[in-house]
Design a binder for this molecule. Structure first.
Ligand SMILES: [Cu+2]
Length: 504
């Protein structure tokens, strides 16, 4: 009881200004197996990768300092992007407050153009709604605007730039309002997952916000296998809040469990109206909250079920027609990635003729069909060179260079034994290749993406995790303790879920 009381005190902000430091620390002593009998209480949400925004107290006002800025962010091994985000990450860190709080957000614009922040779903005064030119002047570069709210709602809300293209460059974050009357039944773990997509041309670090097609699909700013699994103790009741502030809809699917949808971007759904499923469609500008009791042990996949959203760096090297002459394998970069050009300038207009998918070739040409055949080291190297590109950053390996390297000399990365993976007659089989587009499964990157949350996964798991894919790891007590012990050591002794953001 003492643990729970001190937890509540710190969580409710009775220790002024200590919220960020203490609330998660207390979560390490969450009681187990108390769901039905014990009273419900709020637990802070966990936003893997991006974490929480700290605050200070000014009297009884919680004060957050929100900074819009350029952020350099590693989204996958070998892939670093220049995004626009908040306080060092895109999405920005999560803001957590309680129903009844008075909240001030001091917003500074460190971007080179005007912006405003919209508070998505807030029922509050119009002057703090963040519509540039309508409810407030746009905040110019170097400028500041102070937002102030009386929190009377509960649920999963968002903050984001109200400039559409800036939003697509990463300017979004979660704003969680914890209810005065805690939700029942009590949840032991409460996660936030942002769903995002970027279109990034090869050798580029900047997303094309004009694109309607995407080749990088992210959970909390990371693509699989760099995404971070949700660590859960067997028997816990788990809440996951999916947030979608992108251009696509995402049917989020969990293996091995049935969840109930218990909330939307408008707050809690009455229990009589919850609906069961294993997939929930999270539309643009929506939140969907799901809950389930994690009773089945295992490393259960949690992923968007759109097939193209389970891939990284998608290219038109899929399908039989990429291996034969006679038909283009995709538009050039400009057309395939949706950059306006030509007459009449419509990316997929009739003036471009029939094409398949998006191309990764040289601008103005079609993709070159590649031949299939026995997998020599040279072929593997060539395929590597095309798969990913990266930046000119010192210290970061360019994928082109990697393509020239012997795989076995690259620390942590190995090519699979592909000779075993491709059938000798593969070229004669209709529809080949589909997921063998790397001339074999993806690279084995277990070591490259190693982190405490991945401890104990089956060797080779990273070859089959891409895009919007991660795990809910439902761990029996001993295994759970072993993983959490490693998280404590890596992040914070009292705060195992305080993930340290991996910038670049
Ligand atoms: Cu999706």
């Amino acid at each position: 009881m003492a643990n729970r009381r001190s937890f509540l005190q710190s969580f409710l902000g009775l220790g002024a200004g200590l919220f960020a430091a203490e609330k998660l620390g207390a979560s390490t002593s969450l009681p187990q197996n108390h769901r039905d009998q014990s009273p419900a209480f709020n637990v802070p949400v966990i936003t893997t990768e991006v974490g929480d925004m700290p605050y200070t107290m000014d009297g009884d006002v919680k004060v957050f300092h929100l900074i819009a800025q350029v952020v350099r962010q590693k989204i996958a091994p070998g892939k670093t992007l220049d995004l626009w985000g908040f306080n060092g990450s895109a999405p920005g860190p999560t803001i957590q407050v309680n129903q009844g709080d008075r909240v001030r957000v001091i917003f500074d614009n460190h971007l080179p153009e005007p912006t405003t922040i919209h508070w998505h779903g807030f029922e509050d005064r119009i002057q703090y709604d963040g519509q540039p030119g309508i409810s407030q002047p746009a905040v110019k570069p170097g400028g500041r605007f102070v937002y102030e709210f009386d929190i009377h709602q509960e649920g999963t809300y968002f903050y984001h730039s109200h400039m559409a293209m800036q939003e697509m460059a990463g300017m979004l974050g979660a704003f969680i309002m914890h209810p005065k009357q805690p939700y029942r039944p009590h949840c032991d773990k409460d996660f936030v997952i942002h769903l995002q997509e970027y279109a990034v041309l090869p050798s580029n670090t900047v997303p094309n916000t004009m694109s309607m097609e995407y080749n990088w699909l992210l959970l909390n700013g990371k693509a699989g296998p760099a995404s971070t699994p949700l660590i859960v103790r067997q028997g816990e009741r788990v809440r996951i809040r999916f947030v979608n502030l992108g251009m696509d809809h995402h049917p989020m699917h969990i293996h091995g469990n049935t969840f109930y949808t218990t909330g939307t971007e408008g707050g809690r759904i009455p229990e009589s109206a919850w609906w069961p499923g294993n997939t929930v469609l999270v539309g643009v500008a929506q939140a969907r909250t799901v809950e389930f009791v994690a009773k089945n042990p295992g490393d259960w996949m949690l992923h968007c079920h759109l097939p193209h959203h389970m891939m990284n760096q998608m290219s038109s090297s899929v399908g039989k027609m990429t291996r034969t002459g006679g038909m283009g394998a995709g538009g050039d970069m400009n057309t395939g990635m949706g950059m306006l050009q030509g007459t009449p300038g419509v990316p997929l207009g009739e003036d471009y003729g029939p094409q398949l998918g998006r191309g990764l070739g040289v601008a103005g040409s079609s993709d070159t069909a590649t031949t299939n055949g026995p997998l020599s080291q040279e072929k593997a190297n060539a395929a590597m060179g095309k798969m990913q590109t990266s930046t000119d950053d010192a210290g970061e390996m360019k994928m082109d260079e990697m393509g020239q390297m012997q795989m076995d000399t690259m620390p942590g990365m190995q090519m699979n034994d592909m000779a075993d993976d491709i059938a000798p007659n593969a070229n004669n089989v209709p529809n080949f290749p589909q997921d063998a587009y790397m001339e074999g499964p993806m690279m084995l990157m277990d070591d490259v993406v190693d982190k405490p949350e991945n401890y104990g996964l089956n060797t080779g798991w990273s070859q089959y995790m891409q895009g919007m894919m991660t795990f809910v790891r439902v761990l029996p007590p001993e295994k759970y303790d072993a993983v959490v012990e490693r998280m404590k050591r890596a992040y914070h002794p009292n705060n195992p879920y305080a993930t340290i953001f991996d910038h670049a």
